[in-house]
Every structure is written in C-alpha cells, then in structure tokens.
Design a protein around this ligand. Sequence first.
Ligand code: IPE
Ligand code: IPE
Ligand code: MG
Length: 251
Amino acid sequence: MDIDREIERLKGMHDLPGHIAVIMAGNGRWAKKRRLPRIAGHKAGRESVRVTVRTCARLGIPALSLYTFSLENWQRPSKEVKALMHFLGTVLRSEYLELKDNNIRLRAMGRLDLLPGGTKKTLDETIASLSSNDGMILNLCLSYGGRAEIVDAARKIAAAAASGGLDPGSLDEDTFAGYLYSPDIPDPDLLIRTSGEMRISNFLLWQLAYTEIVVTDVLWPDFREEHIFAAIDEYLGRERRFGDIGGRGEK
Ligand code: IPE
Ligand code: IPE
Ligand code: MG
C-alpha cells in the first residue's frame, strides 16, 4: 500500500473526523499467542501508537484520544501495573523529540493524582515542554474512567452551586460539559476499538453519545496505517443522523 497516496486521497475528503478516540485493546492476547508475558504485548503496542499518532497528524486530524490506562486497570496484578507505569515514562521521554517535530500538543486526562510520582513528573514535564506546539492534540486518557469523570464534574458543579457561583436551575448540557476534564476538545466523531470486543469499557461515556463506532478484529500491536485508513473510510460511508431522519428521508 502506498501510504503517502492514501494520505493524499483522504486529505481531499470532506468531513474527516475532527476527533478520533481509540480503545487500544488486545496487547495481552497478542503476547499470549506468542507465549510471551503480557508486558511484551504492551511494548509491541508502542509502534502502533507511533504509527497512529504520526498518521493522524499527517491527515490533519485536530485531536486524537488514546485510552492508555483505565481506572479499572489499577486492579491488574501489581507486576503488570508497575511495568506499564515504568514503560509509559520511558516512552514519553524517548518520543519527546518526535512529538516536538510533529508539532503535537500533549494532554492527559483522568485521575492523574493516582499515578506514581516519577511517571506524573515525566508526564508534566513532557506536556510543559511541548506547550508551544500548536498542531494535533494528543490526549492520553490515563487512570481514566468515564463514570469517574462525570462524578468529578458533578462534584465541581455541586461545589459551585453551594458557594452561590452557579444557579442549579441554569444547569444545562453545555454547562455540564464545561466541567468535564477537557471541555475544549470536541466530542469524538469516530471511536476505534481493536481486538474485536464490542464494548466501551468506561471510556468517554458522556462524549461518545453520537460517536460513530468502528471495531476491528486486529490486535492493537498489529494495528497499522491500513487499519486507520479502513476505519476512516468506514466512518466516511456512515450517515450520521443525530436522531433526525437523515438526508434521504422526507421532511
Ligand atoms: C490494552 O490491552 C492495553 C491496556 C489495557 C493497558 P490489554 O492489556 O487489555 O490486552 P488484552 O485485551 O487483555 O488482550
Ligand atoms: C480498556 O481495555 C482500557 C484500555 C484500553 C486502556 P480493557 O482491557 O481494560 O477493558 P476490558 O476489560 O476488555 O473491558
Ligand atoms: Mg483488554
């Protein structure tokens, strides 16, 4: 496949997604198939992250959210959690220049106070040192849970109401969304989940209300440019109706 040509073809399309979100699943199964430890699957997934970030940036996609570690993932065996946190720090440090060269703005959202000190420090430093970039937003959902995000918003709203800063009667969807972790990033247009499972796993529960979902059987470490192009083509072929009767219906 000629990747450059595919990128040019897609860049010529109207209505490319403004925000793509990805549930990167299947690292453990990829490793198991090879009789390797699960962490080997996470390490192999690094190249898929690199490819996805680079390709979305080249396509001019404004925002990419990656489900990197869920709140529920803290329950995994401590050996896997420790290895993942260490690996995350290593990747951030070693990918820094590539992110800088690709003009990528790095963000992170979730209960970040639960991250180990060293990982949090590396994350904060990497975000700060990329802050003058103005290209694609790479949003890492880390220690993230969709319900927790809504609860955290509700807490802030309750505090604002209690202090008299917010009239409860004025609360509407837009105001509520303004209290979520990253209110400036628009809702995802396209959600991709790898490894075939048909579930959301507590990802972006509020924001996915009208997102188009594409599930591929490919395991995350095998995910490459062709799979991104296929997901975007599938998205472009969908008719989004948002509850209305759509372009082909009678008005
Ligand atoms: C996704 O792969 C990565 C993380 C959750 C950190 P998994 O580790 O869930 O791999 P599978 O889904 O068990 O194969
Ligand atoms: C979702 O995958 C979380 C991430 C990709 C970070 P999980 O493997 O944790 O979700 P389930 O257990 O398959 O629902
Ligand atoms: Mg999984």
